[in-house]
Design a protein around this ligand. Structure first.
Ligand SMILES: Cc1cc2nc3c(=O)[nH]c(=O)nc-3n(C[C@H](O)[C@H](O)[C@H](O)COP(=O)(O)OP(=O)(O)OC[C@H]3O[C@@H](n4cnc5c(N)ncnc54)[C@H](O)[C@@H]3O)c2cc1C
Length: 506
């Protein structure tokens, strides 16, 4: 990747970075002498790999884990943790700028200290790296090998020339950013999640290419830090997977905050002129050129499969969708399983974790756990956050499931009013004629926290009728969920005691 040379994007080697490296890739580390054969070898030390190794050791297995770069993987180093840390600081700046809305005054002019925000992020990342540290893993009984793994047979692999034999293996090699093929982009230099957190200087003008979760979170955070931000998305809405009203609401928020939304727009060419990057943007009826100091791409991720020699191990894979697994996370080779971003559609740390547990259980305990039984929530950490679990209405319709929806706007929720966080809604879908929750979308400042209640209800098969009886602390924003449940109870057309008795008798 062409490092962006116009900005300072070399991570400073401060005490925090030194601590992080000492935890996740200690200098002077020597790989252990391998056992003659391991019960389990795990390839990749991101969330999936770390969970797989710990779960296997807890089952009494002999375990080796191989990591070619940094333990903690994307999530700790260049994903969840650094992004959430800078989002928090950027939110504080947004609030300071609107202090008067809260009956307060920012003391003096608000001056953004971007290097301090990034230093805070590094401090947090270093602290959390202790949890993923090599010392901890090794003390738990895992043989950790630093180096790149590739398969040399159906039950062997090599790490820089050292041979590891296994009864079972879990491949958890994750994914990396996909580079859009835009002429001139590589020559001009660009940022991805792999180097944007190394910045120590705020780009004055930023173009974000891609309006998925990564692009949206970054665009809002950088805009709040004071970068003049444009976001180009080649579809009619941001977060195209989400419900339309949620995505539309985000567009409105972006526009209000001063982000230049360029929907239905493609970046087609980049060139350097006078030290700035000129990017040609094309939409159906409009062509323009934006001049920026930095370009951040967030246009998708590709699985790390190519240097693993998976064919030698008889493991089937695709360069775009990753390792092919069945519902029990088995590959074509009965000894080898996969987990996390390298094989899943849902690329989140919590799914990496959950899938790793399934893979290890099935590999070592002849288990029959299935991925499809999981109820997986997710959240985009914009402000407001957009969280979802279960079916979208369009999916329910595609499956011919009749749906009834109960929506509570956040501006009717007392705590949201008191907090000045009224943008959003809680929307719960039930199967028509029942109180069974099929799915929910929550748009709210803390939607990522709130969605967990719905996930619990779905997993435990708790319907809206019961949720309506759950006492929620007042005033909290989660009262929105109780209010949606109350709306169900008060609604006409829900099953009566008579009809339920009739169904039961039948
Ligand atoms: C900017 C950003 C923000 C994100 N925010 C969130 C969020 O808020 N919440 C959330 O749930 N998810 C978030 N994610 C997604 C999350 O980071 C990933 O889903 C998660 O890290 C996947 O874990 P994994 O273990 O499957 O893969 P990874 O974390 O990618 O780890 C794979 C590891 O395997 C190693 N490896 C690869 N090939 C080899 C090899 N041949 N030999 C040895 N080692 C190898 C890699 O070096 C890497 O360390 C975010 C992602 C990004 C990019």
């Amino acid at each position: 990747m062409q490092q962006d040379s116009s900005l300072s994007a070399m991570s400073p080697s401060d005490v925090y970075e030194q601590e992080r490296m000492e935890n996740i890739r200690p200098s002077g580390w020597r790989n252990p002498k391998p056992a003659s054969r391991y019960h389990l070898v795990v390839v990749g030390g991101g969330p999936a790999g770390l969970v797989a190794a710990s779960a296997a050791v807890a089952m009494g297995a002999t375990v080796a884990l191989v990591e070619r770069a940094l333990l903690g993987g994307c999530s700790l180093n260049v994903g969840c943790i650094p992004s959430k840390a800078i989002i928090r600081t950027s939110r504080l700046y947004a609030e300071m700028r609107h202090a008067e809305h809260f009956g307060a005054q920012a003391l003096g002019e608000v001056h953004v200290d971007f290097p301090a925000a990034m230093e805070r992020m590094r401090r947090i990342r270093a602290r959390i790296s202790r949890v993923d540290s090599l010392q901890r893993l090794s003390a738990a009984g895992v043989d950790v090998f630093l180096g790149e793994a590739h398969f040399t047979g159906t039950d062997t692999l090599s790490v820089d020339g050292t041979k590891l034999r296994f009864r079972k293996a879990v491949v958890a090699t994750g994914a990396r950013p996909d580079t859009p093929s835009i002429p001139g982009l590589v020559e001009a230099g660009y940022l991805t999640n792999e180097n944007v957190f190394d910045l120590t200087e705020l780009p004055r003008r930023l173009l974000v290419i891609g309006g998925g979760p990564l692009g949206c979170e970054a665009a809002q955070a950088f805009c709040r830090f004071g970068a003049r931000t444009t976001i180009a998305q080649d579809q009619p809405l941001f977060l195209p997977k989400e419900e339309r009203d949620a995505a539309q609401l985000l567009s409105d928020v972006f526009a209000r905050e001063g982000i230049e939304d360029r929907l239905n727009t493609e970046a087609v060419k980049v060139r350097m002129e006078g030290g700035q990057k000129l990017v040609d943007l094309v939409s159906a009826d409009y062509q323009s050129t934006v001049a920026v100091d930095a370009i951040l791409t967030g246009t998708g991720r590709i699985p790390n499969v190519e240097r693993l020699d998976l064919n030698v191990a008889d493991v089937d894979c695709d360069a775009v969708t990753g390792i092919r697994v069945d519902d029990r996370l088995r590959t074509r080779n009965w000894r080898i399983f996969a987990a996390g971003d390298v094989c899943l559609d849902h690329q989140f740390t919590h799914t990496a974790d959950a899938s790793a547990r399934i893979a290890v259980h099935n590999a070592l305990a002849h288990g029959r756990r299935r991925l499809s039984t999981l109820t997986i929530p997710w959240c985009t950490y914009t402000d407001p956050e957009i969280a979802h679990v279960g079916l979208y209405v369009r999916e329910a319709r595609d499956q011919n499931i009749p749906v009834r929806t109960f929506t509570i706007p956040m501006h009717d929720v007392h705590r949201a009013i008191a907090d000045g966080e009224e943008i959003g809604f809680a929307k719960i879908h039930v199967k028509e004629g029942t109180d069974r929750i099929l799915g929910a979308t929550i748009v709210a400042r803390h939607a990522g926290e709130m969605i967990n209640e719905i996930t619990l209800a779905m997993v435990a098969r708790i319907g809206l009728r019961t949720l309506a009886q759950v006492i929620h602390t007042y005033p909290t924003q989660a009262v929105a969920i109780k209010r949606a449940a109350d709306a169900y109870v008060a609604s006409p057309g829900k099953p009566t005691i008579k009809s339920r008795l009739r169904r039961w008798a039948a």
